[in-house]
Design a protein around this ligand. Sequence first.
Ligand SMILES: CCCCCCCCC/C=C/C(=O)SCCNC(=O)CCNC(=O)[C@H](O)C(C)(C)COP(=O)(O)OP(=O)(O)OC[C@H]1O[C@@H](n2cnc3c(N)ncnc32)[C@H](O)[C@@H]1OP(=O)(O)O
Length: 281
Amino acid sequence: MMRSKLLSLVPCATGPFRTMSTTTKLTTVEVNDKTGIATLTMNRPPVNGLNLDLLRDLRQSIAEIEGNKSRGLILTSSNPTIFSAGLDIMEMYKPDKERVRAFWTALQDAWLALYGSSVPTAAAINGHSPAGGCLLATSCEYRVMLPKFTIGLNETKLGIVAPMWFMSSFLSVLPRREAERALNQGRMFTTDEALQIGLVDEAAGTKEEALEKCAQFIGTFAKVNPIARALTKQQFRAAELEQLESERAQDLEKFLFFINQPAVQKGLGIYLESLKKKAKN
Ligand SMILES: CCCCCCCCC/C=C/C(=O)SCCNC(=O)CCNC(=O)[C@H](O)C(C)(C)COP(=O)(O)OP(=O)(O)OC[C@H]1O[C@@H](n2cnc3c(N)ncnc32)[C@H](O)[C@@H]1OP(=O)(O)O
C-alpha cells in the first residue's frame, strides 16, 4: 500500500514549475519557480511550539508539496531565533482528554508524512531546535544550521521519555553509540558540536545561505531518476515507518498512560514554571 501511495506522489522529473505561495494558519508554502523547490515555513509565535493545529498544518503542507510536484522540501521557521521549541507542553500539561488524543495522533501523522515523504527533504535550522524541533530536523535528509543555537533530544531533562520513533529519526543521523548517550543525557548540542558529531551536515551564516545550501543538497538529485530515488528512500525508511504504522494505537495509549502519571504532570508543571520565570527575568 505504501508503495502505490508513493508512486502516485513521486515528484515530476521535468518542469514547468508553478509559482505558488499558500498559507494555512500556521505554515506557509512557497515554491521557487526556478528550482521547483518548496520552502515550508513554520509560523506559530512565540516559539513554534508544536500544538495540534501546527502539527495538522504541517502535515497538510507536506501533502500539498508532494501533490504539487515540487522537486524538494525545505523546512524552516519564520522566527529568527527559534526553529521550533518542540512539542507545545501546554498540550500535555493537565490535558483535555479528547484533545490530547488528537494532538498525539497529529504528531504521529506529521512524523509519518515528513520522515516518509517522497520528495527530498532538508531543514534550514535557523534557531533553537530542542526535542520535537530536533525530531522534525532529523526526519529530514539534510540539515543546515545557523551559529550559536542548540539542537537535541532533551526529553530526559524534562522527566519524559522520547518514544521509539523519535529515537529512529535521531538514529538515522547519529551513530548508535552517540545517539544513545545523547538521549540518556538529554543533551543539547551547540551548532559547532552538532556539526562535529554529524547531527547537522553544514553550518551557514545566514538564513538565506542555509536555504541555499539546502537547495544545493536537493539539487544533487537532479540527475537521479525520481521514482528510483523515492522508492529507495522509502525502502530505506520502511522499517521505522511500518513500526509506527502498525503500533499507532499502542503508541497513543502508552503516551496517554505516561503523560497522566502524577509525577510526570508535576515535572511538566515545574518545567513550565521555570520557562515562565526565565521569561520574566
Ligand atoms: C514511553 C513513551 C512515552 C511518551 C512520553 C511523552 C513524550 C513527549 C516527547 C516530548 C517532546 C517535546 O518536544 S517536549 C518540549 C521540549 N521543549 C523544550 O524543552 C523547549 C523549552 N523552551 C526553551 O528551551 C526556550 O523557550 C527556547 C525554545 C530556547 C526559546 O527561548 P527564548 O528565551 O527565546 O523564549 P522563552 O522566553 O523561553 O519562551 C517564550 C514563551 O514560550 C513558552 N515556551 C517555550 N517553549 C515552550 C514549549 N515547548 N511549550 C510551551 N511553551 C513554551 C515560554 O514558557 C514562554 O512563555 P511566556 O512566558 O508565557 O511568554
